[in-house]
Design a protein around this ligand. Structure first.
Ligand code: ATP
Ligand code: MG
Length: 662
């Protein structure tokens, strides 16, 4: 630990299981262990419990239509509107003055939207979109940073039945163009710029460059004026409209929420592309919202009286399901912030938690590792006692980071939910129900009620407790992706082919394959080992990249490491290590040697890195994951695949130069 080595800390290091407090359990939304059996015995009708959390315009006929696997349909015949469920019904039910969004900008400015405020702006913007020619089923692209206009635009799209495709604001012009082309999207909502570490960034310039790469006509672009006087003086082009002008023009207008079929598309989300060409994941209206609402209730334990904060970006699925749709379906207060955790200071997040008395906090291991590196003195400057529950998502969290989070943020008083899920799953799949289950740091937990996840070997047979294998999901669930946009074939190929009998029409023969390795223990707790392709085969030995990285990070002076396999004439593959050192550490042969020895000591000579490359940064996705595919391509001197989904594309060239210079 960075600081504060106490007896307590020593005890935590040893402890492998943690129980939620009685106080937490007593107030938890779900605390009856029978929920697991109830879901299993009553499957698939158990999912009515999720559907009942929504208001339907027309009741559904069937919970699940599995007549054409893997093209499952949920709540068929049902009709509903997502913006009605996330906004109108709270206004109608006496909660119009409850705060929906608490927004905190980089310079400390704040904006507060009650559900009534949200209702007004969502309606006005929906009216504006209609007026600009957006029709039901037209895909609207939203290329925006973390400003309130982003969720407002999402809800306005949902109101008129226009699916949105949110492109992470940090992505390049190219990434925007590729996605607009892929989705045939003729409408764009963006902004002039935003602040990052104190400086205004020119976003519209990037958006315009992206628009130049769109190979069909673009009917209209809406531009939010975020920067005001700090702006870059852009003139809007002929088909570009100012957000505020549009709202003024449509002030007070009301748009009836369009009745959408449960299976109509709500949004497209292109996955981050850690492993290759972005995939247009299609999510629908009924199943997705029911699943986001149910998991927000059962796992995040959200109640409408809470102040809830997920510090992710809305440009990532986590922000869709657990900043916008899940929390707002429950009518709670959701916090949004612009910027980064270390600007203006490294206590930014703790400052926000204290200021708004946040009850529930959900973040990613990449952030927790940074907090740990900075040290516990930053959270210690703040009163975090309002917190009741903590969550993490995005990567495996190592026990040391889990315990740091549990102790220094949660004061050993808040359950931690380590939630495994994917863009494709729509919502959480494997994690503890915090009011029911004990926690085991490092393990996500058992599959949620109604989720049939198993760990199998290459032939699809279940592996024994303690053995590693491949994670599969053997039954459909309401939040699942329905297909890849315009590409049913790739949908089957990417996710089903591996373990399914693709010629069968029997749903029992269809198995979803998330492409993650995992192991399971005697209590059914699943530990995710990482992506299947993050395995290096050295002379026939299969080595997990995570294990080698752990060994390297254990060497004094190392801050972070990424390991990939590079082609090797003799060994098949060899270990390439990319290392970020701590400030003040010399990057010399002595350091290289210590790293190599560290790996040999921890794992064995077989894992000995062939090459150690020092780098100031690693290529990362919007969710903070290392893009190992790129590092592998660099190691092999191959042409680089898609780099448009990096949040820091400039590091690639500098790493390339170093490897070539070695
Ligand atoms: P792409 O699919 O485009 O390569 P991606 O997989 O990084 O990108 P996401 O859908 O955001 O895009 O991430 C899902 C993946 O993240 C999971 O398949 C898993 O590998 C990892 N993951 C998410 N949550 C956890 C968790 N709690 N524990 C371990 N791994 C996790
Ligand atoms: Mg993935």
């Amino acid at each position: 630990m960075a600081d504060g080595d106490t007896e307590l800390e020593a005890r935590l290091v040893e402890q492998e299981e943690f129980e939620p407090s009685e106080e937490f359990v007593a107030q938890a939304n779900v605390s009856d262990p029978a929920v697991y059996d109830e879901f299993e015995e009553n499957w698939p009708d158990c999912w009515e419990r999720a559907a009942e959390m929504l208001d339907w315009d027309e009741a559904y006929d069937e919970v699940l239509d599995d007549s054409n696997p893997p093209f499952y349909k949920w709540f068929t015949g049902g009709k509903l509107n997502v913006s009605y469920n996330c906004v109108d019904r709270h206004v109608e039910n006496g909660d119009k003055n409850r705060v929906a969004i608490k927004w905190e900008g980089e310079h400390g400015e704040t904006r507060t939207y009650t559900y009534q405020d949200l209702y007004r702006e969502v309606n006005e913007f929906a009216a504006a979109l209609r007026d600009l020619g957006v029709e039901e089923d037209d895909v609207v692209t939203l290329y925006m940073p973390m400003i309130p206009e982003l969720p407002i635009a999402m809800l306005a799209c949902a109101r008129i039945g226009a699916p949105h495709s949110v492109v992470f604001g940090g992505f390049s012009a190219d990434a925007l163009a590729t996605r607009m082309n892929s989705a045939d999207s003729r409408f764009l909502v963006t902004c002039d710029g935003y602040y990052r570490r104190g400086d205004p960034l020119d976003h519209l310039d990037k958006a315009n460059e992206g628009l130049d790469g769109v190979d069909h006509g673009v009917d209209a672009t809406v531009v939010v004026d975020r920067l005001g006087d700090d702006g870059f003086g852009h003139d809007l082009k002929g088909n570009q409209h100012d957000w505020d002008d549009l709202l003024d023009e449509h002030a007070g207008e009301r748009i009836d929420p369009v009745e959408r079929d449960a299976e109509d598309m709500l949004f497209l989300m292109y996955t981050s592309g850690t492993t290759g060409q972005p995939k247009g994941v299609k999510h629908t209206t009924g199943g997705y919202l029911a699943y986001a609402a149910w998991t927000s209730h059962a796992v995040l334990d959200i109640e409408k009286e809470d102040t809830y904060w997920c510090s992710a970006d809305i440009g990532w699925i986590t922000g869709h399901s657990y900043i916008v749709y899940g929390p707002m379906a429950l009518g709670t207060t959701t916090v949004m912030y612009e910027g980064t955790p270390d600007f203006p200071n490294r206590d930014r997040l703790w400052d926000i938690i204290e200021k708004y008395a946040v009850d529930i906090f959900y973040t990613a291991p990449t952030a927790i590792r940074a907090f740990m590196k900075w040290g516990s003195r930053f959270p210690e400057q703040h009163d975090l006692s309002s917190l009741r529950l903590l969550g993490t998502v995005g990567e495996p969290i190592n026990p040391r980071a889990w315990k740091w989070y549990y102790k220094h943020i949660g004061n050993e008083d808040c359950p931690v939910v380590d939630t495994w899920w994917q863009t494709e799953t729509g919502g959480m799949m494997i994690t503890t129900l915090p009011g029911v289950k004990k926690m085991k740091p490092g393990s996500a937990g058992p599959p949620l009620p109604g989720i049939d996840a198993q760990i199998v070997d290459t032939s699809g047979k279940r592996v024994d407790a303690g053995r590693a294998g491949y994670l599969t999901v053997n039954k459909p669930w309401p939040g699942m992706l329905r297909t890849l946009y315009n590409n049913d074939e790739r949908f089957i190929q990417e996710y089903w082919q591996e373990y399914s009998d693709v010629d069968s029409n029997d749903p029992d023969d269809w198995v979803y394959f998330p492409e993650d390795g995992a192991k399971i223990d005697a209590d059914d707790y699943i530990t995710i080992l990482g992506r299947v392709d993050d395995v290096i085969n050295v002379s026939g030995h299969r080595l997990g990249t995570m294990e080698i990285e752990s060994a390297i990070v254990g060497v004094e002076g190392v801050a972070e490491a990424a390991v990939v396999g590079g082609n090797h004439e003799v060994k098949g593959e060899a270990v390439y290590a990319y290392v970020i050192t701590e400030e003040g550490q010399d990057e010399d042969d002595e350091m290289r040697q210590r790293i190599i020895e560290g790996v040999e000591d921890a794992i064995g000579p077989i894992a000995r890195p062939e090459m150690v490359v020092f780098t100031p940064e690693l290529p990362k996705t919007r969710s903070g994951k290392i893009m190992r595919r790129l590092l592998e391509e660099i190691a092999n001197g191959e042409e680089l695949g898609d780099t448009t989904t990096l949040r820091n594309p400039e590091v690639v060239e500098s790493i390339q130069r170093q490897v070539e210079g070695e």
